[in-house]
Design a protein around this ligand. Structure first.
Ligand SMILES: CC(C)(COP(=O)(O)OP(=O)(O)OC[C@H]1O[C@@H](n2cnc3c(N)ncnc32)[C@H](O)[C@@H]1OP(=O)(O)O)[C@@H](O)C(=O)NCCC(=O)NCCS
Length: 256
């Protein structure tokens, strides 16, 4: 599954796709690992000790490769290796140089990978909404941010998860990850999205990173966010098979 992100900048399309992989698919494809992973990935995978990490590694690689396969018209997943940069950021390596912006996220049996044209940064995050974890957010987000979420109709107990995915997706687009204080990534505005049903999607802009924006959704038991340049339009909605997968929820608690 690799729906187009439907990005447009200054009226012109920006090629970009979302790759999706479920735990079930990863287990099936994992039966023939060499058709999914390249040599460097296989070597890395084989030295991973923990089943959770092996699962999330494979899931994430397949999701991101699906997005890249659609972007680059390269159906052989094992020819697109996803390595890690010095900050943990994903890097693509293939026989010929690949110019693409990429990001990936995995959460509880689902992975999403985003790939779009080089020069157009992108970040993605996906989190399972677990009401028992909401205490974390009151420690790291400001009252002003909670007020913005409430005014935009982001429901509890999901609001903190929505903002978390937004900040994590921004941190991936910036390549810093969550190494910076959350306040640096603080939201300036949260407004309901104009497409689709109300109460499930929002657009967020940032105090310090005004050149970016986030599109965020609640789909089933998950919060999902995509961060892109602020002046780029995004037509993608998490519909169809992706919606069905996220609404089905985590079948098994198999990945982190
Ligand atoms: C980026 C980060 C927020 C990801 O959060 P997470 O909850 O662990 O996991 P997610 O499923 O949402 O995302 C994981 C993916 O983010 C990507 N990622 C990791 N670090 C990244 C960075 N600095 N920039 C962009 N993307 C990054 C990777 O592709 C990773 O998947 P992979 O390890 O299978 O390749 C978190 O790992 C982080 O803050 N990393 C930076 C600090 C750190 O701990 N670095 C360790 C290496 S020095």
């Amino acid at each position: 599954m690799q729906p187009p992100l439907q990005l447009r900048r200054n009226g012109a399309p920006v090629p970009g796709f979302l790759g999706v992989c479920s735990q079930t698919e990863a287990e099936q494809l994992g039966q023939a690992l060499e058709t999914v992973l390249g040599p460097a990935e296989l070597a890395h995978f084989r030295q991973l000790q923990f089943p959770l990490r092996r699962g999330s590694y494979l899931l994430g690689r397949i999701a991101l490769k699906r997005a890249l396969a659609a972007l680059l018209a390269e159906p052989r997943l094992e020819r697109l290796e996803i390595l890690s940069g010095v900050f943990g950021q994903p890097l693509v390596r293939a026989a010929a140089p690949v110019a693409a912006e990429i990001s990936l996220a995995h959460s509880h049996g689902v992975a999403l990978g985003a790939a779009c044209a080089a020069g157009h940064p992108i970040g993605i995050d996906l989190e399972l909404i677990e009401p028992t974890r909401v205490d974390v957010f009151t420690r790291v987000f400001s009252q002003e941010e909670f007020a913005l979420l409430a005014a935009a109709g982001v429901p509890q107990p999901s609001a903190g998860f929505v903002l978390w995915t937004v900040k994590e997706a921004l941190s991936k687009a910036l390549r810093c990850g969550l190494t910076v204080p959350f306040a640096v990534l603080r939201a300036k505005s949260v407004v309901p999205g104009s497409a689709g049903p109300p109460g499930v999607q929002w657009q967020v802009e940032f105090e310090n990173f005004w050149q970016y924006k986030a599109h965020a959704w609640i789909v089933g038991a998950y919060a999902l966010a995509v961060v892109i340049p602020r002046k780029t339009d995004l037509g993608f909605q998490p519909d169809g098979a992706l919606r069905a997968l996220l609404e089905a929820g985590p079948g098994r608690r198999a990945t982190g």
